[in-house]
Structures are given as C-alpha cells and as structure tokens.
Design a protein around this ligand. Sequence first.
Ligand code: AVJ
Length: 318
Amino acid sequence: MLTSCTTETRQTSASAHEPAELQAGLMAEHAWISPKFLYDELGSRLFEAICELPEYYPTRTEAAIFERNGADIARAVGAGATLIDLGAGNCAKAASLFPLLRPRQYVAVDISTEFVTGAIDSLRQRFGQIDMRACGLDFSRPFTLPPEVREERRLYFYPGSSIGNFTPGEAVEFLRRVRAQCGDDGGLLIGIDLEKDKAVLDAAYDDALGVTAAFNRNVLRHANQLLGADFDIRRWRHQGFYNADAGRVEMHLAACGEQQVHWPGGGRAFGDGEDIHTENSYKYRPAGAIALLERGGFEATRIWTDPERWFAVIHAQA
Ligand code: AVJ
C-alpha cells in the first residue's frame, strides 16, 4: 500500500490493486463496489452537498451534539493531543473543534488525497500554531501512520458514522487496528448513527433532489476512469433504503434494461433490474455501539446524544 503523509502530498492513494479490487467485486455473483470508490474528487463534493440536505440528518445532528456538549467533550478527551482525523474530507468537522480540543498536531487522513491536501492548506493559515499533516491512505485496510505523526496522546477522531460502512465484524477489526496504534494513553472520539424509523432513514438515503442518487451513480463514472470500463451511467437507477432485518441502510445501482459492460481484460452482462451493491450503512442502538467499541479493545467512557436519540458521539479510551 502506498502511504504519503507530508505537507506537500502529491501522491494519490489510488494504488495498483484498486482496479483488481473493483473488477473482483463486479465479477461476483451479486456485483458490488466498495463504498470507498464513491469518494473521488466529485464524489467528495457530492457528499458535502448531501450533508446540506434537509433529509440527511446525521451531519447536523452530530454537529448539534458537539455544539451543545463541546465543553464537556473537551474535558473528557483533554487538550493538547495528537488529533488523527480518519476520513477527514474537507476537515471542517475537526477544524470546528480546534478551539475546544486545542490539539498539538492535526493529522488529516483521507483516501482522497487531493481533496484533503487542499483543505489542510487553507486551514494552516487559520491555525498557525497547530502542526498539520495531510495523509493519503486507505484506512479500511491495515495501515501504518508515517513517522511524522506524534506518538503522544493520540486522539483518533472518527465522526459522521463512517464506521457504519463496515460490517460489525469488520468494524471490530478496524477498531482493534486503531487501538493498536493508539498507545495506552490514547483514545477515540467517534460518531455513530443510531437505529430509527424506516421512513426517516429511507428519506435520508434517497432524497427528493436526487443528490444521493448522483453521489451513488458517480461511482460508475469513477469505475469507468479507474478500470477503463464503459458503464452507461444514464441507464443505472439509484436505490437507497433501510433494511431493518440487516440493521443497515443499503445503496444499490439497478440496471435499467439489459446491458453489457466492458473493460480491458473483462466485462459483464447485467439483466434488467440486476443491481450492484455499493454501500452498507449500519445503524446501532447505544448499547450495541458501546459493545462494538469494547469488542474493539476500547472502553466507552462517555456517550452524548441528541434529544431524539438519532445519533451518538462516544468517547472511548484505550
Ligand atoms: C459517510 C458513510 C457516513 O452512510 O451516511 C451518505 C455515506 N451514503 N449518503 C452514510 C452516505 C449515502 C455516509 N457515511
């Protein structure tokens, strides 16, 4: 795996095995594409737009929890840490917490290197006293942080319920990897989306404006680029819905009519209505979220939620 983590990151995290990974998923009996491929540069922008949608409650609910409990959260996690932001995106969430958390070093980790590097460049001008690094790596796999990252008091920041993209089993493995790179004085501040009415969840992942549909369908544009495939994006329909039995929201792309897709060295026929599974977003009960963290080797010390109990922010200690 390629890891780059400098002030002048040029290298992208698109490593040589990505086309192979994409191809393997597309050839599976039930075709799938890893949700990490949703986040090319345009995909990251579309996700930012999703966060502005009235139907997409997680971002603003989580922000309200931070706003309401900021001082309490800062007391729980302590100031002066090495703040490691997993899936930093535009870095806005972490930046809004800088005045409260006063990190000594800020490490923005994201699969979309270009995106996060740009964000860091503008943040440096606002927060000159914090040492900042952009780090392009895929933390859904085993990862190593570069030596520039301070070992002392690592506080991992994993907001937005991105942990929901993992199955519970994968989430535990991921948490154990984070735990292993945490040190005994470290911790994790994590946002986890909670179970709620199906109607609320269905609307959040299939919005009226079609932004989530564009976000999902963009993965085919990205696949065309990475794989040299010829997906006809107009002929794929977005599906986003809560599967209560599985405890997760699912996104799929369904073929509108039979079609044949080609790429160098392969291809596949899709029947009318046949789908490609592009994302899972698991929802937890508070007790389930705490149990997950504990299985991952952390001890959940505090939990903050909104009045409707739609979302939880949890501080877990190593
Ligand atoms: C970034 C994984 C937390 O699951 O809610 C938003 C991604 N997908 N709308 C989520 C997403 C469709 C988002 N996470």
